[in-house]
Design a protein. Structure first.
Length: 144
């Protein structure tokens, strides 16, 4: 149901973790995700801990799903001295090509406990269905 658009995305993610780089709008950091089918829906769960729901954008154009989010630094008083900062900040993004068998008009999004969950119904035309078999005449006359 999903196709990865960038084969080097995982390599970029590992490099960013090793170098502890911050994502920017021109070079966002990848966000971890799970994708699976549950009944007649395709479910995508993306980890976005500490991101405000107002800072998440989900767009669909044709069959391209784009999720972008930004985790901003927490405002600190002038007298605060940071001792340790390991939580990644910046822009996170993920693009997925959705199969034609998914109904992109009816995507539902929910954000709870730092996880953005997208539910995409399987299109009616892609669901298995029975084909009725007609009972034709056993004796057809052939004119000729």
């Amino acid at each position: 149901m999903l196709m990865r658009t960038d084969p080097f995305r995982e390599l970029d993610r590992l490099t960013q973790q090793l170098l502890n780089t911050t994502g920017t709008w021109s070079r966002p950091t990848a966000m971890p995700m799970d994708a699976y089918r549950e009944g007649d829906e395709y479910v995508i769960a993306l980890d976005l801990p500490g991101v405000s729901p107002d800072a998440i954008d989900v767009d669909v154009e044709r069959n391209m799903l784009t999720v972008k989010a930004e985790r901003r630094p927490v405002a600190k008083a002038d007298d605060v001295q940071m001792e340790l900062s390991e939580r990644p900040l910046g822009v996170f993004s993920r693009q997925l090509v959705l199969a034609d068998t998914l109904d992109t008009e009816r995507i539902e999004a929910d954000y709870d406990a730092g996880v953005l969950t997208l539910r995409i119904p399987i299109a009616e035309r892609a669901k298995p269905r029975k084909v009725a078999i007609g009972r034709g005449s056993a004796h057809r006359q052939i004119s000729g």
